[in-house]
Design a binder for this molecule. Structure first.
Ligand code: PEP
Ligand code: MN
Length: 353
């Protein structure tokens, strides 16, 4: 992917990059009051949804184009950059006309390649930063696919927003964090800035602070947080919005650890880890060779590959051993399940040869 390193001039000097503003633009007064307070707290990018994707019809579905003129006003009055969500080509044209600085693609839209392609086509030849929220379903390829569609259309200032994944069983979180998915995205596309959206992951304001801290500890670049001048009366997502005052408090309490890669003692320790990993792989190679020999034996003596008594014995024994060594037995059992699965696969190959 061909990318540019700066999303917007002047916002990336300090971690986290904060994008804040209401879930939805509701009225000019609400937008201006919220924006002024946020600007006063040093926020540089203001968000507000203009077209709102809602689960069921009949609710508040956003103010539409009129809200874009309020965002223009925010820009003029406060100097903040303004951002909103686009889901169709028409949204894109309206935003470009209104001079919106940053666009984001919502979670429901990312899940639909037709819609993402339509947005990408509408953005052809335009130089604007776009943040892509994860699709509602935990599908990393779909998320990366959306980035590729935009990049193919010439968008070079790209970022992602981790907003959690929809689940039928949502007890604590509104959307499950499944942190391993953005972590894998970072491994695959290390240059893309990652924002966390603790408001939509948590679904309640109490969870914004702990989720934001987790995101910072995972070295995310930014946070997008819903903030409303009067959260309890918000027309959408009332439970997860905070006042600009509370937002500022949350941001100031975050512990920001350094994300640097190498100091002398860190590289020493990493060398030791590399040695351990070498040893693990060598031992596994040896173990697989023995497993294949056992496979030969089973074939010659007409024995089944799976000997379940032996399998349970291995899991029990290594689970207990892990506990004695101060490790989580469940973790060790998972490892030995994977090792055993591979041994069985190799023995099946031998038996069927
Ligand atoms: C939003 O940010 O207001 C929004 C609708 O989010 P999502 O696409 O993550 O549901
Ligand atoms: Mn919202």
């Amino acid at each position: 992917m061909e990318l540019e390193s700066i999303l917007l001039p002047g916002v990336e000097e300090k971690r986290p990059i904060v994008i804040a503003g209401p879930c939805s633009a509701e009225s000019k007064e609400q937008i201006m009051a919220t924006a002024k307070d946020l600007a006063g707290k040093g926020v540089k990018i203001f968000r507000a949804g203009i077209w709102k994707p809602r689960t069921k019809p009949g609710g508040f579905e956003g103010v539409g184009v009129e809200g874009l003129s309020w965002l223009k006003e925010v820009k003029k009055e406060t100097g903040m950059y303004v951002a909103t969500e686009v889901a169709t080509a028409k949204h894109v044209y309206e935003c470009l006309k209104a001079g919106i600085d940053l666009l984001w693609v919502g979670a429901r839209t990312t899940a639909n390649p037709f819609a993402v392609q339509e947005i990408a086509d509408a953005l052809k030849g335009v130089d604007i930063p776009v943040l892509v929220k994860n699709p509602v379903n935990p599908d990393l390829e779909l998320w990366i696919g959306a980035l590729e569609r935009l990049n193919n259309a010439g968008i070079k200032r790209l970022g992602v927003i981790h907003r959690g994944f929809s689940s039928y069983d949502n007890k604590l979180y509104r959307n499950l964090p499944q942190w391993h998915i953005p972590i894998e995205l970072r491994r695959r596309l290390p240059e893309i800035p990652i924002f966390c959206d603790p408001s939509h992951i948590g679904g309640k304001r109490e969870l914004i602070a702990p989720l934001s801290q987790q995101a910072m500890d995972l070295n995310f670049d930014g946070l997008i947080i819903e903030s409303h001048c009067n959260p309890d009366c918000a027309l959408s997502d009332a439970a997860q919005q905070v006042t600009p005052e509370v937002l500022d408090y949350i941001i100031n309490l975050l512990v920001i650890r350094k994300g640097t890669q190498s100091t002398e003692s860190l590289s020493q320790l990493r060398k030791q880890i590399d040695e351990c990993d070498d040893n693990i792989i060598q031992e596994l190679t040896k173990r697989m060779r023995i497993a294949r020999e056992i496979g030969m034996y089973k074939k010659e003596h007409n024995l089944t590959v799976l000997q379940s008594g032996r399998y349970s014995e291995i899991l029990d024994k290594r689970g207990d051993q892990a506990k004695q060594c101060g490790m989580d037995p469940e973790f060790m059992i998972k490892i030995f399940e994977a090792i055993h699965e591979e041994s069985i696969r190799q023995q099946m190959e031998i038996i069927n040869k």
